[in-house]
Design a protein around this ligand. Structure first.
Ligand code: NDP
Ligand code: 8X3
Length: 253
């Protein structure tokens, strides 16, 4: 079944892997992010597969007007979005709450929570009108259990799950699915962003065990998005086998 799938934050990590996965299966993909060069490169890659259409949209999900303009400005044949994957996000900083940077807290709430809510609101009118659609929100194990120095990121990802659960109730009359996917440690650019470019600190996060890869998460999201119309996966928690919860990882060597 060919669908139109919008994936936010497709210039790296999970979003990039999801875009390639959905495209490889013949779905039309709208890819977003702030880095235009990466969007163009991914568009070229997807078009080279020769299986679908690809539309890159460059904007910052923290900017409310930009989110709504991106959706209202879609060409008519891109407007009926079937699947919205709210993936853009990340962590900024890992400091004790009393020492945390307020700009980091703002960035985490604005990106992971408010950006996700803006995109949802922008896409919903055509979904409610058509009485079909699927919203998949990327949460985290950090939104299941807090961990030391996780504060602002924990708050943001708890909010993502709370919003997803509330949305699922409100959208029942419209036949719209809402899924929440909460991965554990995955080796992407996530930690490089969190530690503000410190590659050694970022690499240490994944030492001594096999972390999830972006493709593992893309496979799961693809599966969640591909079930029959009457089946909705509400919540998925996926960790590396070496991880039991947000703070217990078994490292060797
Ligand atoms: P990456 O850092 O590899 O990718 C993050 C993506 O989000 C990039 O494409 C980035 O694009 C985009 N993004 C960030 N800020 C903005 C913004 N303001 N506007 C638009 N796009 C933005 O991280 P992951 O792929 O690992 O993370 C994807 C999602 O999964 C995030 O929500 C993250 O919190 C969550 N997650 C990650 C886990 C992990 O361990 N890696 C585990 C659990 C959840 P650009 O910079 O071009 O704008
Ligand atoms: C990313 C996973 O454990 O670093 O959401 O918060 S964790």
């Amino acid at each position: 079944m060919k669908r139109i799938v919008l994936i936010t934050g497709a210039t790296a990590g999970f979003g990039q892997a999801m875009a390639l996965r959905f495209a490889a299966e013949g779905n039309d993909v709208i890819i977003t992010g702030r880095r235009a060069d990466r969007l163009q490169h991914l568009t070229d890659q997807i078009k080279a597969l020769g299986k679908c259409r690809c539309l890159p949209l460059c904007f910052d999900v923290r900017q409310r007007e930009a989110c709504f303009a991106a959706i209202s400005g879609l060409p008519a044949d891109w407007q009926p979005i079937d699947v919205l994957v709210n993936n853009a996000g990340g962590a900024w900083g890992r400091d004790r709450a009393d020492q945390a940077n307020l700009d980091d807290w703002d960035t985490m709430l604005d990106t992971n929570v408010k950006g996700l809510m803006y995109m949802t609101k922008a896409v919903l009118p055509q979904m409610t009108e058509r009485r079909q659609g699927h919203i998949i929100n990327m949460g985290s194990i950090a939104g299941k259990e807090p961990y030391e120095n996780g504060n602002g990121y924990n708050a943001a990802k708890f909010a993502v799950e709370g919003f997803s659960r509330a949305l699922r109730i409100d959208l029942l009359p419209y036949n719209i699915k809402v899924s929440h996917v909460a991965p554990g440690a995955a080796e992407t650019e996530f930690s490089l962003v969190r530690f503000k470019g410190d590659a050694d600190k970022a690499a240490a996060v994944y030492q001594g065990y096999q972390a999830l890869q972006a493709e593992d998460v893309a496979d799961i999201v693809y599966y969640v998005a591909s079930l029959p119309p009457h089946v909705c996966i509400n919540d998925v928690v996926v960790t590396p086998t070496a991880q039991a919860n947000s703070y217990s990882i078994y490292r060797q060597g």
